[in-house]
Design a protein around this ligand. Structure first.
Ligand SMILES: Cc1ncc(COP(=O)(O)O)c(C=O)c1O
Length: 468
């Protein structure tokens, strides 16, 4: 039973069960056993400090996922709470609809300064999915305004997650997340992702060749559909869903060439990868490419207040400088003054504490610790970059055989998620592709915490191996 109650005196867990509709949540887990549920209490997190979080029973956990790939500077940073309070007292709300406010302007200028080349125009949203949605709409309207009205389709990669609005969900490559909401937006095409561990057999020894092969699938799809029908390609620098697929060497270089050749916009969806997650403010810089649009959110404010953005190049803004042309698109809370002020304070902290350099310097040590888990029979692959890793679990290491549906259910949902949490680690056991454990801790942690995290994983994964 929850130790705390709502103001009506109801235990928090009961009120949650009866009134809260969880996102991507299987509610049968929390329904009473009498009505066929599992009768568990929803975990309730009440406090955070640094990379630690506490539940309503006072139990402490290591936040191995920075909330949801978000809390870059760690929990409990009073500087950010103060920035929010100060802005709310001065100007709590005003829209960016034909008006502007100082914190939004400051943040737009700052993001444009971080972004590469001439990506200078910042369109604010409240999160990543809205940024992706905005990018597709901009791509369509841009081509209508510049004499190529047939360019409306988009390409993205299998298993990639790009958000839940209808457009962003169409771009998403996870069939089970889309099926309940079909029909979705037409013209969203899929190409293979860059998961090297499961590359086609003939390419498993050559990461560069695999990357070129994967990039060519984009060119092939454009050719097949007709370049005059394709507007944009949406790619994450490191693909999250499926378990951290970094780009093979040469991949983005070839993708950029393909996009230029066919006049297709390259959208770098950095909802997770921006703001130091890989080591730079924008992860396209980590991998040496210049997109036409960056979409970002999460770490911009370290989650202390919601905000996202679509950052577009001068070329894409140009048609909107003239006459009556308008990007007829917006959100009441896009670029909210309080969120913008919090983002500014968050970026101040990231800079003053040198978090990006820290990630870049310590990432090899983090990866080396996690690589020790490869000794376990259940661990097939450890991959990722910066402070962003996926650990792929396999049934048979030699053949790389994965788990079937029932085994995944038993191992991931039945055992691992619970066992990791009970062992004091909040992270994610995900089976949207092959089963992986995902890690994306706050950027404030260092070597002692890498060892602590790995120790917990070793213990739980050893027990999981014994269950097989
Ligand atoms: C790559 C990517 N794009 C888009 C989104 C959607 O962001 P949001 O949940 O803020 O709408 C996410 C969320 O995790 C993401 O990882």
């Amino acid at each position: 039973m929850s130790q705390q109650t709502t103001r009506t005196g109801t235990p928090l867990a009961d009120a949650a069960r009866d009134h809260l509709w969880g996102h991507f949540t299987r509610h049968s887990v929390y329904e009473p056993t009498a009505s066929g549920g599992s009768g568990a209490d929803v975990p309730i997190i009440v406090r955070g400090q640094g990379h630690r979080i506490w539940d309503d029973r006072g139990r402490e956990y290591f936040d191995g996922l920075a909330g949801l790939f978000t809390v870059q500077v760690g929990h409990g940073r009073t500087e950010l709470a103060e920035a929010a309070a100060e802005q709310a007292a001065k100007l709590a709300y005003f829209p960016l609809w034909s008006y502007a406010h100082p914190s939004g302007i400051e943040l737009a200028e700052r993001l444009a300064g971080y972004a590469p080349a001439d990506l200078n125009r910042v369109f604010f949203t409240t999160g990543g999915g809205e940024a992706v949605e905005s990018a597709w709409k901009l791509a369509k309207q841009y081509f209508k305004l510049t004499g190529k009205p047939g360019k409306t389709k988009v390409i993205s990669r299998s298993i990639a997650y790009h958000g839940t609005p209808h457009g962003a969900l169409s771009i998403t490559g996870i069939p089970s997340a889309k099926a309940p909401f079909e029909p979705l937006v037409p013209g969203a095409l899929k190409v293979p992702h860059t998961g090297f561990y499961r590359a086609p057999e003939h390419l498993r020894d050559d990461e560069y060749a695999f990357g070129q092969w994967a990039a060519e699938r984009i060119a092939e799809t454009i050719e097949f559909e007709g370049a005059d029908t394709v507007a944009a390609v949406f790619l994450e620098p490191v693909q999250n869903s499926g378990g951290c697929f970094p780009p093979p060497p040469g991949y983005f270089e070839r993708v950029r060439q393909i996009c230029d050749e066919y006049d297709v916009l390259l959208v770098s969806d950095e909802t997770i990868c921006a703001f130091g997650r890989i080591g730079s403010m924008f992860a396209c810089d980590d991998f040496g490419y210049v997109p036409d649009i960056i979409t970002c959110a999460k770490g911009m404010s370290s989650g202390y207040s919601p905000i996202g953005a679509m950052i577009a190049s001068e070329r894409l803004f140009e048609p909107f400088r003239h006459g009556t042309t308008t990007f007829a698109h917006g959100y009441t809370f896009g670029g909210h003054p309080v969120s913008s002020a919090v983002a500014m304070a968050n970026l101040d902290l990231m800079e003053s504490e040198g978090l990006n350099a820290k990630v870049a310097n310590l990432a090899p040590a983090f990866k080396a610790q996690l690589d020790t888990l490869l000794e376990l029979p259940i661990v097939g692959d450890v991959r990722g970059a910066g402070y962003f890793y996926g650990i792929e679990l396999v049934k048979d290491k030699t053949t790389r055989e994965s788990f079937n549906e029932a085994e995944s259910e038993r191992l991931l949902r039945g055992f691992l998620s619970k066992a990791l949490f009970e062992a004091g680690l909040y992270c994610r056991a995900d089976d949207r592709g092959d089963p992986v454990i995902q890690l994306a801790p706050p950027l404030t942690i260092g070597e002692p915490e890498f060892a602590e995290l790995t120790g917990i994983l070793r213990d739980v994964l050893t027990r999981a191996s014994e269950l097989l």
